[in-house]
Design a protein around this ligand. Structure first.
Ligand SMILES: [Zn+2]
Length: 255
């Protein structure tokens, strides 16, 4: 019986270590490995919309809805999708939306060498700069998974990490109504909403997300929440406001 005690003890230590690594890297709100923003100011009734994994053909549907509602959002782009759809990336920037680095090929950084992580971030900065003329200052790693290598490269490139506190779960096969329900059920003052305008594997379309967007916008406004650009939602010290975002969105409209 005594023989098992050290074994069980070792297993507990291993289990705790695995749990700690999982928390530090996967937990959306973890600050263990580096500074991570996951919500904005809670003292104003405002939220921001963010879209990951594009650009894709469906991004245009989403841009149309945002334009019709006079709103700005943030697009965390995959570098190889920017190379594929540079004209859509340009339309995003021309409309005044903010763009962020979402890796080049959407790997989970935890399972990649540090060198590869650096390359993913660098290639994406270059792709976005070439297509749009803008160099992002924010990043969101694939699936929100952060590592030490990610943070040191993000720091070197001047990228702040922005996660979310409300997920639409639109990467599952959900209908528009369910996607909007997922957002409206949890959104509150300061929320950063995670939606998708593309698919990291390029297999699924985002038409249901585009259909959900007017429902989300209406529902948020009915709940008294203004939709503002991310730069306005975050405390000033955390993100430089872009001049592009001024003059649009709910806060300005309501002011
Ligand atoms: Zn993604």
């Amino acid at each position: 019986m005594n023989l098992f005690v050290p074994f069980i003890g070792t297993m507990s230590v291993v289990g705790a270590a695995v749990g700690a690594v999982y928390y530090a890297t996967y937990a959306v709100r973890s600050q263990w490995l580096g500074p991570t923003v996951w919500h904005g100011r809670r003292d104003t009734r405002s939220v921001s919309l963010t879209f990951d994994d594009g650009p894709s053909e469906d991004t245009e549907l989403i841009l149309d809805v945002l334009e019709a509602h006079n709103l700005l959002a943030t697009f965390f782009m995959i570098g190889r999708n920017v190379d594929r759809f540079p004209q859509i990336a340009r339309r995003i920037v021309a409309a005044g939306h903010e763009v962020g680095n979402h890796s080049y090929s959407h790997p989970i950084y935890l399972y990649r060498r540090a060198q590869r992580t650096c390359r993913e971030l660098e290639l994406t900065q270059a792709a976005i700069l070439e297509a749009t003329g803008l160099s992002p200052t924010i990043a969101r790693p694939p699936c929100g998974v952060r590592t030490s290598a990610y943070f040191s490269e993000a720091r070197r490139l001047g990228l702040r990490t922005v996660q979310w506190d409300v997920a639409a779960f639109d990467w599952n096969r959900l209908k528009a109504k369910q996607i909007s329900r997922n957002v409206l059920r949890r959104a509150c003052a300061g929320s950063i909403v995670l939606l998708h305008d593309g698919d990291s594997e390029g297999k699924r379309n985002r038409r249901e997300t585009a259909k959900a967007l007017p429902l989300i916008i209406k529902g948020l406004r009915d709940a008294g929440l203004s939709i503002v650009p991310l730069a306005e939602l975050l405390p000033e010290s955390e993100l430089e406001p872009t001049t592009l975002g001024r003059g649009l969105n709910d806060r300005t409209a309501n002011a």
